[in-house]
Design a binder for this molecule. Sequence first.
Ligand SMILES: [Zn+2]
Length: 298
Amino acid sequence: MRHRFGTQRVPAFAFAISVLACVSAFAADANKAPLLPPSGRYETDDAWRQPVAPFRIADHTWYIGTEGLSALLIDTPQGAVVIDGGLAQAADMLLAHARTVGVAPDKIRWLLHSHAHADHAGALAALKRATGARVATNAESAAILARGGTDDIHFGDSLTFPPVQTDRFLQDGEAVQIGDIALVAHFTPGHTPGSLSWTWTDTRDGKPVRIAYVDSLSTPGYKLVDNPRIPRIVDMYKVSFATVRGLPCDVLLTPHPDASGWTPGAKNAHPRPMTCTAYADKAEKNFDAELAKQRAAR
Ligand SMILES: [Zn+2]
């Protein structure tokens, strides 16, 4: 989640903005699909609501999200898994994209996710209803998913989403198995206390490819110093930077695709591949700068 996501707007105003944006986006590129509807309660980047044609990451792994919010589909003969869905209004688009690549809704067995914010977990409730898939996450995220993002440590009640119940509680390092593919959960707390990163091994050109879907490591407006709601937030991030550096990581993807060099919808969707180490290094540099600023202002 980014800073400006927290901006609350009068729904009518947000709607007017988005209609204008929609018209101008259409004028700019007639080939683009229409934007998904606006959120009403909060402002979002147009890119977050811009559908793009699904594309293949590896033999069993598809990108089915929007231009600015990742959603991944892992398809095997024994069933499929979705990781992240983006905004609530993306649910129908995700199911249509899954169908496009040959996956019917009832083939989806598990719904996984990165972190419990409205821009990534918003579609999970509708996906669960439509597919009958089970939600697997850790206890920290399960609690937030169940109350639809209310009482968020940093955002309060301003960024809520449709609540969804968890069916399976995961421990750090535990895997969700689908066919021959083991999706391993890595706890990377910081951006949220329950933040999860995922790794699995797929194939491409007959060779194994280790995919890492690593959660956001940003601090959008967070109070890092003397925060009574989360006193050890600095330690959490520091452990997670180290965890991310150690992940198996031939191909890195992130909930915001541009954070790891992806440009979904472009002819070349991956112009600037990034390693997990580079991703963690960049995030830690930004984190340290923000922390120094907040400590100086104490
Ligand atoms: Zn977020």
